[in-house]
Design a protein around this ligand. Structure first.
Ligand code: PLP
Length: 406
């Protein structure tokens, strides 16, 4: 070991420059001080003392690092940080939210099984639960999860129930407590996608959920620059999802895990500003004659406003506004200058999406109607810009709509 803690290669005799340079960055520095940011452990493979040593590690007879697809210190740190924030026993992180949802689905169900899913959910998840599940022989029953009585009858005999806390894109709030009870009575795990709420506003495991998933590409990361997902829950089920991540090659990368860790540091602060700005935008949109309906958990007109008051410690940054037609919705979106037409949500900048033609295009017309994803619906992910600038931007776009007429 050298002075800086670097392992010296134990190679006998003289070595050439080629060999010396190839081995120059072996090992890692060890410092006595506690780093105030977690380092990126950008390492894919490792060297072992002996053949037996590596065989013992990969066969789990001895603790140790294996290979990048099996994780690494930065990846494992993100998993344990998110598990702690959600009050879960364990967690595993994935290269995307869809990677996480796919793994959790495969961990609980297989060919010939059936699961129950909320009827309103992200279009990519809907695609996995329709076309994706059909390919592998898993049946999915879609149900209204805002009232536990409406799902209870479908739960018996299923392998899992899947809901989004605040459902994308109509932001209805699932009856997590009631559905959780029904699922427990039937001995079925409740899986909650908590992407829109985040643990800063709500912790599903405290309300009887078994497993929690997130797209960390959204609020956890929060800066429009990373892709990631996580599954959190009991250690045995997390072991099963980790095993699938290794098998399918969907474990998160060290760099994106590091970005997500950095995002976590400001999550609570950002959620509070997102919620404050969103309340203001929701009230502004609701007061306009150009908008037919505004759906935001903080508004008394939201169908589950009382539940939101009871369950959430903030109303979040997501709003749905119905302009009555696709043409009017698109005109509004194209008129905004600070808010931009965007592909995602949950970042620091305000983004506008037209779910019917983009994020939820996978829905059949019948399922879209049942979920209330109308042609005039615009999804607003309210960012953390100055409130006054967002107000001016939305007011100008609404005025333009009024001038153009419908
Ligand atoms: N869950 C929700 C609620 C989402 O909105 C999304 C994506 O928009 C996902 C999961 C999938 O996440 P990712 O895009 O990271 O795969």
């Amino acid at each position: 070991m050298s002075q800086n803690g670097r392992m010296e290669p134990e190679i006998p005799g003289e070595i050439g420059t080629g060999t010396a340079s190839t081995h120059a960055s072996d090992g890692a520095p060890q410092v006595n001080e506690q780093p105030l940011s977690f380092p990126i452990w950008q390492v894919a493979d490792y060297a072992y003392d002996s053949a037996e040593h590596y065989a013992d590690v990969i066969n789990e007879r001895r603790d140790g690092q294996i290979y990048g697809r099996y994780g690494g210190p930065t990846v494992e740190r993100l998993a344990s940080v998110l598990a702690a924030l959600e009050g879960a026993e364990a967690g595993w992180v994935f290269s995307s939210g869809m990677g996480a949802i796919h793994a959790v689905l495969m961990a609980v169900a297989g060919h010939g099984d059936r699961i129950v899913s909320a009827r309103t959910l992200y279009g990519g998840t809907y695609g996995l639960f329709t076309e994706g599940c059909e390919r592998v022989g898993i049946e999915v029953t879609f149900a209204d999860c805002t009232e536990a009585e409406k799902v209870a009858a479908s739960i018996e005999g299923s392998k899992a129930v899947f809901v989004e806390t605040i459902a994308n894109p109509t932001f209805e709030i699932a009856d997590i407590e009631g559905v959780g009870h029904a699922a427990r009575d039937a001995g079925v795990p409740l899986i909650v996608d908590n992407t829109v709420a985040t643990p800063a506003l709500f912790r599903p495991i405290d309300q009887r959920a078994t497993l929690v998933v997130h797209s960390t590409s959204k609020y956890v990361g929060g800066h429009h620059d990373l892709m990631g997902g996580v599954v959190l829950g009991p250690a045995d089920l997390i072991d099963a999802t980790r095993h699938l991540a290794v098998r399918y090659g969907t474990t998160a990368s060290a760099f994106e895990s590091w970005l997500a860790l950095r995002g976590v540091a400001t999550l609570a602060l950002r959620m509070s500003k997102h919620s404050e700005n969103a309340m203001m935008v929701a009230e502004l949109l609701e007061s306009s004659e150009e908008v037919r309906r505004v759906i935001y958990p903080g508004l008394p007109t939201h169908p589950q406003h009382d539940r939101a008051l009871k369950l959430l410690s903030g109303f979040g940054g997501m709003i749905a506004a119905d302009f009555g037609s696709q043409a009017k919705a698109w005109r509004f979106m194209d008129s905004c200058r600070i808010a931009r037409v965007g592909s995602s949500f949950g970042g620091v900048r305000t983004e506008l999406t037209h779910p019917a033609t983009t994020s939820h295009r996978q829905f059949s017309q019948q399922d879209r109607d049942a979920a209330g994803i109308t042609d005039g619906l615009v999804r607003v992910s309210v960012g953390i810009e100055d409130a006054i600038d967002l107000t001016r931007d939305f007011e100008a776009a609404l005025e333009k709509l009024a001038e153009d007429g419908s």
